[in-house]
Write a protein that binds this ligand. Structure first.
Ligand code: RTP
Ligand code: MG
Length: 142
């Protein structure tokens, strides 16, 4: 497996629930290193741009409204096979279907308020990291 980077977002529901710390522990216990992070309040345009691939989906407006409903915590995670590893730690999109012990099983309320976002491919990870972080903002001094 290769060393990869992926983009993670702790969504407004989980920030409001005060569970950034426990979610960060899941990443770290899963072997992922947080190499950049910032808390941001997304504008509507930023949320729409970030989720542009879903523009035609019926849930798009609800997704954007939710993502701008409060601050989010955005981070770059690095580790062996980080993209899939993070998706495994997150669990299924719908928390009702998420495996026990996953972030969504433990911290998400619904398919809309589902605690975390994670890049779904290495290609999208590079696009999403660049969307939020200039290269100089990512810690590279391992
Ligand atoms: P994410 O992008 O946030 O990491 O979530 P995901 O890959 O697991 O799911 P994705 O298919 O990319 O969908 C993005 C977000 O849209 C909401 N969604 N709602 N009502 C629905 O059928 C539905 N499907 C997706 C979820 O909040 C999902 O995280
Ligand atoms: Mg997705």
């Amino acid at each position: 497996m290769a060393l990869e980077r992926t983009l993670s977002i702790i969504k407004p529901d989980a920030v409001a629930k005060n569970v950034i710390g426990p979610i960060y522990s899941r990443f770290e216990q899963g072997g992922l290193k947080i190499i950049a992070a910032k808390m941001v309040q997304l504008s509507r345009a930023e949320a729409e741009g970030f989720y542009a691939v879903h523009r035609e989906r019926p849930f798009f407006n609800a997704l954007v409204e939710f993502m701008i409903s409060g601050p989010v915590m955005v981070q770059v995670l690095e580790g062996e096979g980080a993209v899939l590893k993070n998706r495994d730690l997150m669990g299924a999109t719908n928390p009702k279907e998420a495996a026990a012990g996953t972030i969504r099983a433990d911290f998400a309320d619904s398919i809309d308020a589902n605690a975390v976002h994670g890049s779904d491919s290495l290609e999208n990870a590079a696009i999403e990291i660049a969307y939020f972080f200039p290269a100089t903002a990512v810690y590279a001094g391992r």
